[in-house]
Design a protein around this ligand. Sequence first.
Ligand SMILES: Cc1ncc(C[n+]2csc(CCO)c2C)c(N)n1
Length: 228
Amino acid sequence: MSFSVELRKEADPIFNAIFEHPFVQGIANGDLKKEQLIHYVKQDFEYLNAFIRIYGMAISKCKDRKDMEMFNKQISFILNSETHPHHNFCQVADVKYEELQGYPLSPTAHQYIRHMLTVAHEGTLGEIIAVLLPCPWTYWEIGKRLLTEVNPDRSHPFYEWIHFYGNRTDSITTKFCARLDELVKEATNIEKEKMKEHFLLSCQLEYMFWDMAYKLEDWPVKMEVIQS
Ligand SMILES: Cc1ncc(C[n+]2csc(CCO)c2C)c(N)n1
């Protein structure tokens, strides 16, 4: 069994819990409150900014152009394409995308971003791929399952979202898995254990991100944001 297949197997209960989560089920049946969609987009916009920066940190650890190109393509993808599913949520919530940008991070978004930043700062290239992988992998599986199980028509409010994630053929997940499986061959047992740990924690944080949006999670004590 390849390392990536081993990781997917261990994470199976988390992948299933994510699919069963009421926010994901809300995408399936078109039943989400405007505030939940707005909270998700506000937090995800900042999450994607952090993701782009982490790809930049990954590039700084690459030894060859092929790896650099892989991450560079993903930066462009986030900047130019990952905006489509956000626009879908904004349209359903009847808000302008620009109005949802620049908000402070919720506790869970903060935790997830800090987890990825720590690994990007301290880890090897293999550890960085392991920490980033649950992001595309969980969304790809959600998209594919919703596409087959819901098979939405154009009148479905989240038709665009489901097709965007479900229809990816040239998947970054496949590329990351292949690269991780190569890198693990040269890794020590300690590094391999760290890769697994980072991957599983990111899977848990993917679940928590949906939960954060669904429950409109915020800090226990609200602070006034002082604009300079
Ligand atoms: C919390 C959270 N997790 C995953 C994604 C999906 N996603 C974000 S960046 C990217 C491309 C990776 O190169 C994908 C698939 C999201 N939007 N928000």
